[in-house]
Design a binder for this molecule. Sequence first.
Ligand code: SAH
Length: 219
Amino acid sequence: MVTGDNHRFRGMRKRLVEEIRNKGIKDASILEAIGKIPRHLFLDNAFAEWAYKDVAFSIDAEQTISQPYTVAFQTELLDIKNGEKVMEIGTGSGYQAAVLAELGSKVYSIERHEILFKKSTLLLKKLGYYSVLTFHGDGYLGLSRHAPFDKILITAAAPEIPGTLIDQLKIGGYLVVPYGAGETQKMLRILKCEEGRLEKETFGNFRFVPMLKGIGKKT
Ligand code: SAH
């Protein structure tokens, strides 16, 4: 039993799962993960009521926790298999990392804002997500020490596809990224083929906070 969870929140989660299913998410294990994870703990206490609406919401450092549907959509594109190594760029609240962990992957998640890094690290530990490793750093650089990864997920809008991250992806692996420098981005899934050839598929428009270079200022 998770601290701070209760019958009411569980009921709200059930309805959220139904809403996301109706929007087209089919993967049962992703729906199960969303039904299980206490998303209200990833928001500030005062906003717990917002946790089970299918909307993005503000967190610290002027960032956002992604909309649950978007989390599910990106996760579905990754096609996670048990035991895979997944690198996430943009830990934010840590919620997406928790979803990936529920699917049995080993998660390496990078966040450029120290306050978000610290909060998410504590919360993920408290909730028992020991298969998530968090890093404070610049996601453009990836994690060469831990590469290669089976999958890479970028949860901020990337104006370019970072070559360093493609280098850290296994042949046969996917990188999922909201791509574009404008107000909205196109969701891309990039498959790394033999000899480093890339195959790209596009999946509709989304809206993310930007992927920025360097480490965030202390707030
Ligand atoms: N996955 C998060 C959503 C976070 S929003 C969640 O589930 O809550 C995107 C996050 O990417 C923000 O926290 C932002 O600070 C972070 N970010 C942006 N550019 C980055 C970079 N270069 N390296 C690491 N994190 C970055």
